[in-house]
Design a protein around this ligand. Structure first.
Ligand code: UFG
Length: 345
């Protein structure tokens, strides 16, 4: 990675969230100055204290709803960031099916207001939090960046639509650089155990469900489907350590300094892991037994989803390096030290 002379200021929108907070740390470690923007609608202010404990310094924080264009522009006038990483958005697939307008309104408005403010302020480097969900219609694995995009949920469509908005913007503004990062399944936590995933209510995703069973908050894991055409019949995903994912953003920022136009990259390990394999790896890493019950398939799930991560390695010089054991160990370390998640503050 290139050495930076002056600390480059980066606006981290959604920086108090799970992936955002780990990216703030990765940026700090790489010599960037992260400024956090978050409306705290799905995160807690105590994340900021934890980040300060780990980094040994405090981070500038703005509590702001990016859907408000005037306030967003004012933020750019005050901070003049060199680049923006945009994580802020609603992300629950099921909820998006129930409340599509809320998802379209929030995810699209916030992005448009952010991009308009960037345009007015002359800021032209943007890293976007996209998802493997944009490969909705593709069944042949591994997934490549040039596979067609499509989707099956309003949440996913907001990702597809924002990717298109960024492509169009890059056609109109030849000096703009947009990097689309398509995440696979982030799990794990910073090894300090001070920050991690803290879902509100009953977790939708597999790893936080497992860790809450391990810590005694939930009785047993419900495994959704054992009749998929996979080696053990359970769903296969590409789990990636959140710290690897965070470092992918640092690589994307470096890339945006030397590139213009819009490029998409998969951020995954390329390894497919089944639900049962993840449960067994977790049991081994934590020493905790996870009781489970096989259920029918969950609506909308697919049998397998994993990346071809080679483009990110070739172009960004980034590759995931933490293994499944480390992912499980760090997820457990976070959960056992914080059974109730982040404290209210
Ligand atoms: N699963 C269970 N039990 C649970 C939760 C999940 O068996 O309680 C299974 C699922 O059926 C699936 C696997 O665990 O086979 C992973 O499920 P997750 O919900 O953790 O992750 P998904 O791959 O379904 O969803 C993730 C992101 C979405 C994104 C999607 C596609 O959470 O935001 O990948 O990229 F849209």
């Amino acid at each position: 990675m290139q050495k930076i002379e002056k600390r480059e200021k980066v606006l981290v929108c959604g920086g108090a969230g799970y992936i955002g907070s780990h990216t703030v740390l990765a940026l700090e470690r790489a010599g960037f100055e992260a400024v956090i923007v978050d409306d705290l609608s799905n995160s807690k202010a105590s994340v900021l204290d934890r980040l300060q404990q780990i980094a040994g310094r405090s981070f500038k924080f703005y509590r702001l709803d990016l859907c408000k264009p005037r306030e967003t522009l004012e933020l750019f006038r005050q901070e003049s960031p060199a680049a923006v990483i945009h994580f802020a958005g609603y992300k629950a697939v099921g909820e998006s099916v129930e409340k599509p307008l809320m998802y379209y309104r929030n995810n699209l408005d916030s992005t448009l207001s952010l991009l308009e403010a960037m345009q007015k302020a002359g800021c032209r480097r943007f890293v976007f939090s996209s998802s493997a969900t944009v490969y909705g219609g593709v069944t042949r694995m591994p997934l490549h960046e040039d596979d067609p995009t499509s989707c099956t949920s309003p949440y996913g469509w907001t990702k597809v639509m924002i990717e298109q908005i960024l492509r169009d913007l890059c056609v109109a503004d030849k000096a703009f650089s947009a990097v689309l990062l398509r995440y696979f399944n982030p799990i794990g936590a910073d090894p300090s155990g001070l920050i991690g995933e803290d879902p509100q209510g009953i977790p939708n995703n597999l790893m936080p469900y497992i860790t809450q069973v391990a810590v005694g908050k939930l009785d047993k894991l419900h495994v959704f489907g054992k009749d998929y055409p996979t080696p053990d019949g359970t769903g296969v995903r590409d789990y990636i350590h959140v710290s690897d994912l965070a470092e992918g953003h640092v690589a994307a920022l470096d890339f945006s300094r030397r590139s213009v136009g819009c490029r998409a990259f998969n951020l995954g390990t390329g390894q497919g892991v089944s639900v049962l394999e993840l449960v067994h790896a977790f049991e081994k890493a934590s020493g905790q037994k996870i009781p489970l019950q096989i259920e029918g398939r969950r609506a909308g799930d697919i049998a397998e989803c994993y990346a071809d991560p080679s483009l990110a390695e070739e172009v960004l010089g980034w590759k995931a390096c933490r293994d499944l054991e480390e992912m499980c160990r760090d997820s457990w370390n976070w959960q056992k030290n914080n059974p109730g998640g982040f404290p209210e503050s």
